[in-house]
Design a protein around this ligand. Structure first.
Ligand code: CP
Ligand code: NVA
Length: 302
């Protein structure tokens, strides 16, 4: 049976540990220049309805490293852009490809792709979740902190797609998750309920310092996600107190790591000083997207 990964909750704690172990091995092999042609002659389709730097490049390089091929399919250029249904697209692509990933405006689209494909489908960001991001993030946390259990993960900013995956992933891996966001920007109740059902320990505050206090991880993301541009002015006003800056870092543990999925709006959700400072792991995190996704596509497509 094929397996799809549309949510971080499609992976169990054991599967996440296995993926992170595999990712670490693949990272070493890559640094050593060892050949890893494990997906020779296999092809991954990559449908994009939104912009991307990291996700697009890391998946494409992953397939190159594996001796396979990745196809960038901008949704505007393929026939879905002219009204061919997702169902027919999924059936058609299943005849050519060995795997499919999609970055979509609506989560329903990636769900439908998964339903009508006979090949594994990966969510490469939707309005609900960003599971590939969280795998790379967890790899980074394990590298710097050597464990998950008992860590305090402070999310400072919008309760968005990345936050949903981080919340659910933290519940799976046993980290305490504290969200600091302005009122009205919390993750939707269904994600909080899902985190609770997974045994997650989490809380929500509108005080960034309360969240950052003694934190092991401070994570932020843009205040205006792709698709939220119409609310830009209001959001910039509402989030002004939620910047990750040196003052906020002052209340966290001295060895706190600062994470950001990127792209960042420097000077808004994060200052240059913090992003380029000694606690920042944002570029290690970006690199780890590659290794973690290699482990994921190997598991799903091999
Ligand atoms: N973090 C992330 O997914 O980056 P891109 O939008 O550049 O892919
Ligand atoms: N929350 C951001 C993440 C980008 C990787 C967005 O959806 O635009």
């Amino acid at each position: 049976m094929k397996k799809d990964v549309l949510s971080i909750t499609d992976l169990s704690r054991e599967e996440i540990y296995e993926l992170l172990e595999s990712a670490a091995e693949l990272k070493e092999k890559r640094k050593a220049g060892e050949s890893t042609e494990f997906l020779k002659n296999k092809s991954l389709g990559m449908i994009f309805e939104k912009s991307s730097t990291r996700t697009r490049v890391s998946f494409e390089v992953a397939m190159t490293d594996f001796g396979g091929h990745a196809l960038y399919l901008n949704s505007k250029d393929i026939q879905v852009g002219r009204g061919e249904t997702i169902e027919d697209t999924a059936r058609t692509l299943s005849g050519y490809l060995n795997g499919l990933m999609a970055r979509v405006i609506s989560h329903e689209t990636v769900k439908k792709l998964a339903e009508y494909s006979t090949i594994p489908v990966i969510n490469a960001l939707s309005d609900r979740e960003h599971p590939c991001q969280i795998l790379g993030d967890f790899m980074t946390i394990l590298e710097f902190k050597k464990k998950f259990a008992g860590l305090k993960f402070a999310w400072v900013g919008d309760g968005n797609n990345v936050c949903n995956s981080a919340l659910l992933g933290s519940a799976i891996m046993g980290m305490e998750f504290v969200i600091a966001c302005p009122k009205g920007y919390e993750p939707k109740a269904e994600f909080l309920e899902q985190a609770k059902a997974l045994g997650g320990k989490f809380s929500i505050t509108d005080d960034p310092k309360a969240a950052a206090k003694d934190a092991d991880i401070i994570y932020t993301d843009v205040w205006v996600s792709m698709g939220d541009e119409a609310e830009q002015e209001k959001r910039l006003r509402d989030f002004i107190r939620f910047q990750v800056n040196t003052e906020l870092l002052g209340v966290a543990k001295p060895e706190v790591i600062v994470m950001h999925c990127l792209p960042a709006r420097r000077g808004l959700e994060i200052t240059d000083e913090v992003m380029d400072g000694p606690n920042s792991v944002v570029f290690e995190e970006a690199e780890n997207r590659l290794h973690a996704q290699k482990a994921l596509i190997l598991k799903l497509m091999k």
